[in-house]
Design a binder for this molecule. Structure first.
Ligand SMILES: *[C@@H]1O[C@H](CO)[C@@H](O)[C@H](O)[C@H]1NC(C)=O
Ligand SMILES: *[C@@H]1O[C@H](CO)[C@@H](O)[C@H](O)[C@H]1NC(C)=O
Ligand SMILES: *[C@@H]1O[C@H](CO)[C@@H](O)[C@H](O)[C@H]1NC(C)=O
Ligand SMILES: *[C@@H]1O[C@H](CO)[C@@H](O)[C@H](O)[C@H]1NC(C)=O
Ligand SMILES: *[C@@H]1O[C@H](CO)[C@@H](O)[C@H](O)[C@H]1NC(C)=O
Length: 419
């Protein structure tokens, strides 16, 4: 198996992610109460051949560069599979304090296609957290992983990858202080949630896919919307697994649910079943895919069993005080004897994670490796039944979401060669 090159993970970013996970339940995830409603009639985001949106790794997240306005102004957003809207910080934040971002702040007054939604508009009325006490512009409030954001529901010309169209987005004018620093460069978020105002919802596509190259700078990842969302092996390597009904997790006031979840039926580490369905079969856990969090989470019993297998395989005692955010780390560990992890999904599809994906260098470059999977007890208690597949375990796997058949398919891929 060779030696495990220490991965250059920004431990600080991981700490902020876990802090966020503890402070905000999944169900209060990004923009949980954000914008919802019907698809814009003039949304034409995906061209007939489908859209390709390049993504890159920046500050422990996958980010898309895109433009808003006429003439176009550059913006950038953290790609959040569960996010309900597209948003960017706007110039009016200057009076309330903008969070730091790499690019100049989007200035609506410099775009001659920008439109602030008015309080009476159908779009505005579809937003449960609208705030129309102001001057006729449709204000809204949305919690994000990093703290609350306050914005104006807006539309403008948006160009992302090779797609363009008039799309709704949140023009964020104020945010909690906690967001500053946590954003670490990007000017906003690109939500892909199963909801009307996400990029996926507004593009009106019946399928999308993404492929995340191994984390680190300079490698190309991609999001495909519409006809371009295809697996090279046409899904032959794995049967599709059903996406769970949006009602299954009963998360929001109006019944919409941005999360993409599937059923996990077993997890094996080598020959050891760290989690298995009872003899009658069935799910061991609902697994939620996320692109925002790097780390993964498993039900506590499965996590404890995994800890035992990894500890036994490494044959050395674990660190008494593992660095945040990890629970299990080893010094000078030889990972050659550590088995692959195999996740089995409803319908039989399997996802294999070699130790190089789930054991990480702690970022100090001194031979310490840490388990990048945590117990779901680290999440809010309300989320005990849910596991999370974070971005590290998704690297170099191409995931295809068929929104008509309501299935998830995936296959191993060299993501950086797909674009
Ligand atoms: C969205 O897609 C469906 C089916 O693909 C189509 O019938 C409908 O007209 C589309 N709506 C818009 C607004 O493009
Ligand atoms: C994305 O935009 C940033 C500016 O915010 C720039 O530094 C970076 O090179 C761009 N990345 C890609 C891959 O285009
Ligand atoms: C609505 O916005 C106004 C400012 O426009 C603010 O003073 C007020 O606190 C907001 N209300 C809510 C419920 O957020
Ligand atoms: C979802 O909520 C509705 C009404 O609040 C309730 O009747 C239903 O049993 C819930 N479903 C699940 C799966 O929890
Ligand atoms: C590696 O660095 C971490 C953090 O500085 C420290 O806690 C740990 O003891 C170091 N490990 C070794 C083997 O030096």
């Amino acid at each position: 198996m060779g030696s495990l090159a220490p991965m250059q993970l920004l431990v600080l970013c991981l700490i902020s992610v876990t802090t966020c996970a503890a402070a905000h339940g999944l169900r209060r995830g990004l923009d949980q109460q954000g914008m919802r409603g019907r698809i814009l009639a003039d949304a034409t985001a995906a061209p007939p051949g489908g859209a390709v949106v390049p993504l890159h790794w920046s500050g422990a997240r996958y980010v898309a560069n895109f433009t808003i306005g006429t003439p176009p102004q550059a913006v950038s957003g953290i790609v959040d599979l569960s996010g309900e809207l597209v948003w960017t910080q706007c110039a009016a934040c200057r009076s309330s304090g903008c969070f730091k971002q790499e690019l100049p702040v989007f200035d609506p007054s410099a775009s001659n296609t920008y439109r602030a939604e008015q309080c009476g508009s159908p779009l505005c009325k579809s937003i449960p957290t609208r705030n129309c006490s102001g001057d006729g512009e449709c204000g809204y409030e949305a919690p994000s992983m990093f703290g609350d954001t306050f914005g104006i529901a807006s539309t403008d010309a948006i160009a992302i990858g090779n797609a363009e169209g008039r799309l709704a987005f949140g023009c964020v004018v104020a945010s909690d202080g906690s967001i500053d620093g946590a954003m670490d460069g990007p000017s906003g978020f690109v939500g892909l949630g199963r909801t009307p105002w996400s990029l996926v919802g507004q593009s009106n596509v019946t399928a999308f896919s993404y492929c995340l190259a191994p984390h680190g700078p300079g490698k190309k990842s991609a999001l495909f919307l519409g006809a371009s969302a295809k697996l090279a092996g046409a899904g032959k390597s794995n049967p599709p697994t059903p996406l769970l009904g949006q009602h299954a997790s009963n998360t929001s006031d109006d019944g919409s649910d941005p999360y993409y979840t599937v059923q996990l039926e077993g997890i094996k580490a080598g020959d050891v079943a760290v989690a298995a369905a009872s003899s009658g079969g069935g799910a061991i856990t609902v697994l939620q895919l996320e692109t925002f969090r790097p780390l993964s989470y498993l039900p506590d019993a499965a996590y404890q069993a995994l800890e035992k297998v990894v500890t036994a395989a490494l044959g050395s005692p674990s660190m008494a005080n593992p660095p945040e955010p990890f629970d299990l780390c080893f010094q000078n560990a030889a990972v050659s004897g550590v088995p692959d992890l195999v996740f089995t999904f409803q319908g039989g599809a399997t996802l294999t994670a070699p130790p190089s994906k789930y054991l990480l260098g702690d970022g100090n470059g001194n031979g310490t490796v840490c388990l990048s999977i945590l117990s779901s007890t680290r999440l809010d208690s309300a989320d005990d039944g849910v596991s999370i597949l974070g971005s590290l375990l998704q690297e170099n796997v191409h995931f295809l979401f068929d929104l008509e058949k309501e299935t998830l398919s995936f296959e191993p891929a060299d993501c950086s060669s797909l674009t």
